[in-house]
Design a protein around this ligand. Structure first.
Ligand SMILES: Nc1ncnc2c1ncn2[C@@H]1O[C@H](COP(=O)(O)OP(=O)(O)O)[C@@H](O)[C@H]1O
Ligand SMILES: [Mg+2]
Length: 297
């Protein structure tokens, strides 16, 4: 699509990075520049109908429109459609996903420091605000779709986005994202257990930017506690927990600002985000984009 030469001529595949809903993601190296990239490979033959095929084009269209526009959003490189396979090439994030980091911390029994929690949260907020400012809803915000790279690799980007932390955090996987104004249907397929689904979504209300903010609240809760905000052994239990909106209180020692943030976001009635959320975030970090107020009203 973007590339003039075939994918295999340009890239040499190194190893598998992960498996997603529609294919595999591999680490590859540009044969000329030696730059490492991540390539999402989707077999169009397996994808059944034309509608699903359009998802690949949609993801590329959104990634292209976001290219180089925000350091907290994964950067698109190019894409190819060749012999029934769709390749989406993006920057490689060598420190993996936030899900990996949370798991590692849980295994070690060591929580993130408050400064780390704030840094990761703020970077996600900047990325999400940028997305919403461009009238795009992510619709699958979760720790597996949040990527990390070392700060030292990113000296060319906006230093504000790094707020005293060693990682640059990026939103990725726009596979089910939508430009607002296009169909706002509910997610067709939910992969795994829907820990990050908002109460509106579990009640069947169409997706909007508030649902992304809810998911961000769930990620924040998980960063603080290393536990899911709405856990459950099966889909029914998780859905029930979300519908009631009740979550285990944060530990006694948690920073009041973090408690307020979580309380402000994980509110069952979405109408209540608007007056609370932007103000609280601004109290915690005055540099937060004010535009969030708009996307929450
Ligand atoms: N840019 C990247 N850098 C490092 N690992 C990645 C990258 N993109 C994807 N991965 C790995 O592949 C997995 C699936 O990628 P993702 O883009 O989320 O696709 P899917 O739509 O299939 O979920 C991720 O959870 C992660 O483990
Ligand atoms: Mg994913």
């Amino acid at each position: 699509m973007d590339g003039q030469r075939p994918y295999v001529e340009i890239y040499e595949e190194k190893k598998a990075l992960g498996h997603g809903a529609h294919g595999t993601v591999v680490l590859a190296m540009n044969r000329e520049t030696k730059h490492l990239v991540a390539v999402k490979k989707m077999n169009l033959g397996d994808m059944g109908d034309e509608k699903e095929r359009k998802m690949c084009h949609n993801e590329v269209m959104l990634l292209r429109s976001l290219r180089l526009s925000c350091p907290n959003i994964i950067n698109y490189v190019e894409s190819f459609e060749e012999e029934g396979t769709f390749y989406i090439v993006t920057e490689y994030c060598e420190d993996g996903t936030l899900a990996d980091h949370i798991k590692e911390r849980r295994d070690q029994g060591s929580h993130f420091k408050d400064t780390e929690v704030f840094s990761i949260f703020m970077q996600l907020l900047i990325g999400l605000d940028h997305l919403h400012g461009k009238k795009i809803v992510h619709r699958d915000l979760k720790t597996q779709n949040i990527f990390l790279t070392k700060r030292s690799k990113c000296t060319q980007v906006n230093p504000q986005a790094m707020v005293g932390n060693s990682f640059l955090v990026k939103l990725g996987d726009f596979g089910v994202s939508r430009a607002m104004g296009t169909q706002t249907c509910a997610l067709k397929t939910v992969v795994g257990t829907p820990y990050y689904m908002s109460p509106e979504l579990v009640q069947g209300t169409p997706y909007n930017s508030k649902s992304d903010v809810w998911a961000l609240g769930c990620v924040l809760y998980e960063l603080i506690t290393l536990k899911k905000a709405f856990p459950g052994d099966n889909l029914a239990q998780v859905v029930m927990a979300i519908a009631t909106g009740k979550y285990e209180p944060l530990p006694q020692g948690s920073l009041p600002e973090l408690k307020q943030l979580v309380q402000g976001i994980l509110v069952c009635d979405p109408g209540r985000y608007a007056p609370f959320f932007p103000r609280q975030v601004q109290v915690c970090c005055p540099a937060v984009p004010v535009r969030f107020a708009g996307s929450l009203c």
